[in-house]
Each structure stands twice: as structure tokens, then as C-alpha cells.
Write a protein that binds this ligand. Structure first.
Ligand SMILES: [Zn+2]
Ligand SMILES: [Zn+2]
Ligand SMILES: [Zn+2]
Length: 256
């Protein structure tokens, strides 16, 4: 399995527009964070998790060649506002592309992108999407995808576990709290990627310390923080973490 971090930043992206802080002004490319998204090649299947506003640039930068399915964690703007650009993959692959999410996320996508299923103006270049609700587990090509509920404010939100070829990765970019039952289902993962917004508490995200506590309990072979804000300098934050827990950055590739 191959995993590429397409974006690791919180909703505004880093640098934040107009911000003069040291992280936003940093010359370390690892402090440049597009909105969170993950590209997973698993069992010959190409999956993208979320289509943030930076989706088009992420596809161009990392030369994603095809998408067999898109998984949506939830319908916050920073995770869905690149959705329209899926249409390039429809054209290249000459195929409808399935989009998976919770019933609530799919309902939000259908409402916000209501032209996708419209019969009007048949010549218009729209994404061709097969919306599919995922409650628990589904086979997507050569990968098994499992959806797990997380607490993240009022929007019903999923984390995803993707398994193929005997390895498993967990991707939970937006999370404030995990149920004990979910934590125990994550045992034995090879890679676990979890929300680690900042040090100060937040009502819908995990702090670095809270995230580290969950990651330690889960005990994956490799653990990564994502969805960071500009409070977190890459090098300084990584140096402060326990062994086995790293800070993800845009363009990081894991060969699992
Ligand atoms: Zn987010
Ligand atoms: Zn800043
Ligand atoms: Zn969110």
C-alpha cells in the first residue's frame, strides 16, 4: 500500500491569508500546508479521501493518475470544496466515479452540488458521481474500507480504515473525541493518522497532547498528526513528540 499526504493543514490552509506569524512566513516547505486530503493506492485501487478546495492543485502537484473512488469524512467546506474537479477523472477514465460517505455527508453533497444530478443543460461538463452511503465496511476494488464514527462537532464525521494485502491504515483528520470501542477497533494498524490541530484546546478538534494520548493507546507501527494550524512549526513540534509519532507534511509518501 502506498499513501501520499496531499494536504495536512487546517481549514484556512498554511500560510493563512495575510498572516505574518513565523510559521506562515517560514521557509521550511513542511510548514506549507494545503487543506487535508489523502491519496491511497491499495490493492491496485486508487482512493482519495476528501476533495478540499486545493484538490485541483493537489492532483497536479502529485500527478494522481486516476481515482477509482472518493471517500468523504464529512461535509465541512475544507473537505469538499474541490469536488467539482472530479470531472477531469470522469473524462480521463470515461467512467462514473463512486463517492462514499455517511448518509448525512452524502445528503450535504447532493444539496451543495445539486447540479451534478440535474437533467438541465445536458451539455454542461459536470462530475459524474455515483453517491453511495457507507455505514460500516465496503469492498472498493482491491481494498476493504471501513467507516468509523468520530465526534467532531455537529457534523456526523467518519474516520476511515483502509486495508489491502495484509496491511491497514487509519485516517481520522477531523476529530474531537474517539469512543473507546473505536479506539479498540484501531488496534494493530500499521499506520494511524489523526487530527492534531494545535496545543490550545478546541471545541471540535484534538490538541497535540490529546492526539498523542490516543495514538499511544492505538499503538500503530507508525503514527502521524495532520490537520495542523499555524501554531505548530513542523520541526519544533516533531522534536517534542514521543518516538513513533511524527508530524505529517504535504507530499510525504509512505510505502506501507
Ligand atoms: Zn477539516
Ligand atoms: Zn500564521
Ligand atoms: Zn471538519
Amino acid at each position: 500500500m502506498n499513501v501520499t499526504f496531499l494536504g495536512t493543514g487546517t481549514s484556512v490552509g498554511i500560510p493563512a491569508i495575510g498572516c505574518q506569524c513565523p510559521v506562515c512566513q517560514s521557509t521550511d516547505p513542511r510548514n506549507n500546508r494545503r487543506r487535508t486530503s489523502l491519496y491511497v493506492q491499495a490493492g491496485g485501487t486508487h482512493l482519495v479521501i476528501d476533495t478540499p478546495p486545493d484538490f485541483r492543485e493537489q492532483m497536479l502537484t502529485y500527478r494522481v493518475p486516476r481515482i477509482d473512488a472518493v471517500l468523504f469524512t464529512h461535509a465541512h467546506a475544507d473537505h469538499i470544496f474541490g469536488f467539482d474537479d472530479i470531472r477531469r477523472f470522469n473524462a480521463m477514465q470515461d467512467a462514473v466515479i463512486p463517492a462514499y460517505g455517511s448518509a448525512s455527508t452524502i445528503a450535504d453533497l447532493r444539496r451543495i452540488y445539486n447540479y451534478v444530478e440535474s437533467e438541465q443543460d445536458p451539455g454542461v461538463y459536470r462530475p459524474q458521481i455515483d453517491f453511495r452511503t457507507i455505514d460500516r465496511r465496503v469492498q472498493v476494488g482491491g481494498a476493504v474500507v471501513e467507516a468509523l464514527p468520530v465526534e467532531h462537532g455537529s457534523k456526523p464525521t467518519h474516520g476511515y480504515v483502509v486495508r489491502a494485502g495484509g496491511v491497514g491504515i487509519g485516517y481520522f483528520p477531523d476529530c474531537h473525541r474517539l469512543e473507546d470501542s473505536v479506539v479498540s477497533q484501531l488496534a494493530g494498524l500499521d499506520v494511524m493518522i489523526l487530527d492534531g490541530l494545535r496545543h490550545r484546546p478546541h471545541s471540535t478538534h484534538l490538541t497535540v497532547a490529546e492526539s498523542v494520548a490516543y495514538l499511544t493507546r492505538i499503538g500503530a507501527r507508525q503514527s502521524y498528526l495532520t490537520h495542523m494550524c499555524h501554531d505548530l512549526d513542523h520541526a519544533a513540534t516533531e522534536a517534542s513528540l514521543p518516538g513513533g509519532i511524527r508530524v505529517a507534511y504535504d507530499g510525504l509518501v509512505l510505502d506501507v
